[in-house]
Design a protein around this ligand. Structure first.
Ligand SMILES: Nc1nc2c(c(=O)[nH]1)N[C@H]1C(S)=C(S)[C@@H](COP(=O)(O)OP(=O)(O)OC[C@H]3O[C@@H](n4cnc5c(=O)[nH]c(N)nc54)[C@H](O)[C@@H]3O)O[C@H]1N2
Ligand SMILES: Nc1nc2c(c(=O)[nH]1)N[C@H]1C(S)=C(S)[C@@H](COP(=O)(O)OP(=O)(O)OC[C@H]3O[C@@H](n4cnc5c(=O)[nH]c(N)nc54)[C@H](O)[C@@H]3O)O[C@H]1N2
Ligand code: SF4
Ligand SMILES: [Mo]
Length: 726
């Protein structure tokens, strides 16, 4: 008779780190149920509907279970040895002929949720020796990382809102009720936001859409997409001009305040109100309320990073928190202190500074950051002939065809490569271009520790989860040799093979590493971490629900990695951008505005039941009415004779897509919203459920030339667009 067992683990799907309680049967490897773990001290039983889809991913018959090779007769099965050999030979052949940079690499989002992959990627990257490295960072949080690097001396030292202790939470361009929080690991975020209001705190949301989060807020302000930078300058202006500045301890280690004050002089609320769409008096009151709150935090996420002034907004957000005395204070913008502190470990190993703009991309001269180039230029690097052109690609846990701007162009570019290998669980819109796909295990088959998200959490906790099932087939009666390997094993094996010829990583060295499981790193990390005296590897393993390590605590200036442990708010890289802001908002000629037929502005959105592009093959997540719609204000629809549910054509400089219109006054007039990650109607993919709920890809509309030019981050929000009835 089958026996039920209980397994506790952390959900790996989004950043929230919810604790799960999984009932399962070991013999049949059946999952009976997935629930919230009420004993997890951090998530306290909270989960979202995606958690249950871990079962669907594990059991998904479409998921790849052995390496495959594309042939003229379709995909054929390969043994691991042959597959790895062919990959290595192809990459080496191309590099021998066309140089090291002829191989490009793209790393996607699930990588950050997979500590084995994180630990073994640097070695693999070194073995590729290419400068053509890209990742989802540059369609996401690149401005945050750049700002942290410039202000705090380390790109991973990102402040998080102390949501549990704050009295005043000002949110720009984030919708945590749908996304469950980003660069703010906060399981049960809805509960935490409600608790904030119940203790008398205020929640203010700035967003061109009245989102699910805005519905919970005391105040929601619509804002013109891309104009947050004006709002931040005007808030700072108010603080300076009304004598509200309060630096506190930052007085002793912050430079550039006078310059910052100078720069904001041009931006009184009265001057920018109309451009931003928020009345001047309300901006002034917002600044005053923020300052007078006992504790307060201003936080901006996706919607303000992936736009034209992403870096400037993130810089000004930190500056605003500092000059109002709210930074690094309980209830303010704070830093986590994780048990395995990758920031301190990285600094100890590599010295304190990374690099930015040391070299540029070949075609468009975009800056590298930490050795990566902006993904908005990937397609051009493949399509543009010349020395350094990309002829082969490696993708790891990424689907850039659906997730990067002008995905249609990238789709075309990938089809022209001489060779491509993907390490991925699915044959999807991107991996269909691969010559070989190497399938890794899924989350339930490997152990889990959040190297990144403990660092971004609103409370200090630590949790390790062992694998639930051994890596293999779910169906005992089918081919028993169906096999997947862990991402880290695949990466290590590829590194070894790439390096074995020149002797950089010999057999003995590889075997030595293979004996060392990724969890050895955790063991060492804990030993050198801030809780070493009472948190050992043994204790972490025993605590299956996780360990609470207390609330966030002030840590500056000691935790700064910048020169002399000082924060310079007026670095030229920031201040120079002010001119671009002036030009954009105050000197743009009418001529430019009149010439364009694009009278609306396109932004994105997330839904609780989606996770970027790759969870639409779970039937339980896609059921219900289609979610890939364009939201528009009823007045904008009426002007165009569009009724609710009509199929409309949305066009931008880059392309057109057709989808149903959904009319709602939750949209700011003249702004439209389309979610990303859809468009599963491309041929030759193996996602049977997703194909039935295909939708269209908004990234066939987003424009690879629209960037936050400082960082090179893609501006997938704020794209000029038009809508017509189809
Ligand atoms: N227009 C628009 N575009 C956007 C966004 C937006 O808001 N609007 N958001 C952006 C953001 S924030 C992000 S992070 C990016 C995401 O961009 P990507 O990371 O490129 O896209 P994902 O959809 O997350 O693709 C994940 C891929 O990893 C595979 N996968 C899943 N689990 C594993 C695993 O354990 N191992 C391996 N090897 N593979 C795995 C999946 O099958 C899938 O192919 O999209 C960005 N693009
Ligand atoms: N359910 C679900 N959860 C997810 C994901 C998912 O795909 N689905 N993806 C995960 C990933 S990879 C990430 S990075 C996080 C992202 O998490 P969040 O940053 O919370 O991302 P979004 O929910 O896209 O919220 C962005 C908000 O910005 C608004 N916005 C757009 N343009 C502007 C603008 O110009 N100004 C202002 N002020 N607002 C603007 C949009 O209307 C939207 O409400 O979510 C993670 N969690
Ligand atoms: S909110 Fe995120 S971490 Fe929590 S259950 Fe849902 S997907 Fe998993
Ligand atoms: Mo993301």
């Amino acid at each position: 008779m089958a026996t039920k067992h209980t397994h506790y683990r952390t959900c790996n799907l989004c950043e929230a780190m919810c604790g799960l309680e999984i009932q399962y049967d070991l013999e049949t490897r059946q999952i009976h149920s997935i629930r919230g773990d009420t004993q997890d001290p951090f998530s306290q039983g909270d989960i979202c509907p995606k958690a249950v889809a871990l079962k669907d991913i594990y059991e998904d018959p479409d998921r790849l279970r052995y390496p495959i090779r594309r042939t003229s007769n379709g995909w054929e099965r390969l043994g691991w040895d042959d597959a790895l050999q062919e990959v290595t030979q192809s990459l080496q052949r191309i590099q021998a002929k066309q140089g090291a940079n002829a191989v490009g690499l793209y790393i996607g989002n699930p990588y950050v949720h997979n500590f084995g992959a994180q630990l073994f990627t640097p070695g693999f990257v070194r073995s590729l020796k290419t400068r053509n490295r890209f990742s989802a960072t540059s369609v996401d949080q690149l401005p945050h990382q750049l700002v942290s690097y410039l202000l705090f001396g380390n790109d991973l030292l990102m402040p998080v809102p102390d949501i549990d202790q704050t009295d005043f939470f000002l949110i720009l361009g984030a919708n945590p009720v749908a996304s469950n929080g980003s660069l703010m690991t906060a399981p049960g975020v809805r509960r935490r936001l409600k608790a904030l209001r119940e203790r008398g705190g205020k929640l203010i949301v700035i967003d061109p859409r009245r989102t699910e989060t805005a519905e919970l807020a005391d105040t929601h302000h619509f804002i013109r997409p891309g104009s947050d930078v004006l709002l931040m300058l005007a808030l700072l202006h108010t603080v300076f001009s009304e004598g509200l500045m309060h630096l506190g301890k930052f007085e002793t280690f912050t430079d550039g305040i006078a310059t910052l004050q100078d720069l904001t002089q041009d931006f009184p609320p009265e001057r920018i109100a109309e451009k931003a769409g928020i009345p001047a008096l309300e901006i002034r009151q917002l600044a005053r309320d923020f300052v007078s709150a006992r504790s307060a935090v201003c936080y901006g996420r996706m919607g303000v990073s992936t736009q034209e002034f992403g870096t400037a907004v993130q810089w000004l957000i930190v500056a605003f928190n500092i000059v109002t005395g709210k930074m690094d204070q309980p209830g303010g913008f704070m830093f986590a202190k994780p048990a395995v502190d990758i920031v301190a470990m990285g600094a100890a190993k590599h010295g304190k500074r990374g690099h930015f703009n040391k070299w540029q991309s070949r075609v468009r001269q975009l800056p590298e950051f930490g050795g990566e180039l902006p993904v908005a230029t990937l397609a051009e690097e493949i399509l543009t002939p010349g020395e350094g052109q990309i002829h082969a690609m490696v993708t790891l846990a990424g689907n850039p065809v659906l997730s990067t701007p002008n995905g249609e162009q990238l789709d075309r570019a990938l089809s022209e490569l001489d060779f491509m290998v993907s390490i991925d669980i699915y044959l999807n819109e991107t991996t269909r271009h691969a010559h070989i796909i190497l399938p890794p295990t899924t989350a339930l088959e490997h152990d889990h520790y959040d190297l990144t998200f403990h660092l971004l959490a609103v409370r200090n906790t630590a949790k390790y989860s062992p694998a639930l099932f051994p890596p293999s087939n779910t169906d005992e009666d089918a081919d028993t040799d169906i096999e997947t390997r862990h991402d880290w094993q695949i990466l290590l094996e590829l590194q070894h093979r790439m390096q074995s010829e020149n002797g950089e990583l010999n057999e003995a060295a590889r075997n030595a590493i293979l004996q060392v499981h990724p969890h050895q790193f955790l063991k060492d990390g804990l030993k050198h971490g801030p809780y070493a005296s009472h948190l050992s590897w043994e204790r972490l393993q025993e605590a299956s629900h996780g360990i609470d390590l207390g609330p966030l605590e002030p840590c500056l200036p000691e935790r700064l990695f910048s020169d002399n442990q000082r924060i310079d708010l007026a670095q030229t890289i920031f201040t120079e951008d002010i001119q671009r802001i002036r030009n954009r908002f105050f000197q743009s000629t009418l001529e430019h505005e009149e010439a364009t037929p694009f009278d609306l502005t396109l932004i994105g959105r997330r839904h609780l039941r989606s996770n970027n592009s790759w969870m639409h093959n779970s039937p339980r997540l896609v059921k219900g009415k289609p979610r890939c719609t364009v939201l528009m204000h009823p007045d904008d629809a009426a002007e165009r004779d569009i009724a609710d549910g009509n199929i409309v054509t949305v066009s931008t400089r880059v392309g057109s897509i057709q989808l149903p219109a959904e009319l709602t006054d939750s949209m700011m007039p003249r702004v439209i919203s389309i979610p990303h990650g859809w468009g599963h109607d491309r041929s030759d993919i193996q996602l049977s459920t997703a194909q039935k709920h295909a939708g269209v890809s908004v990234n066939d509309l987003t424009d690879e030339t629209l960037l936050d030019v400082v960082s090179g981050n893609a501006a997938v929000n704020g794209v000029p667009a038009k809508v017509e009835i189809s």
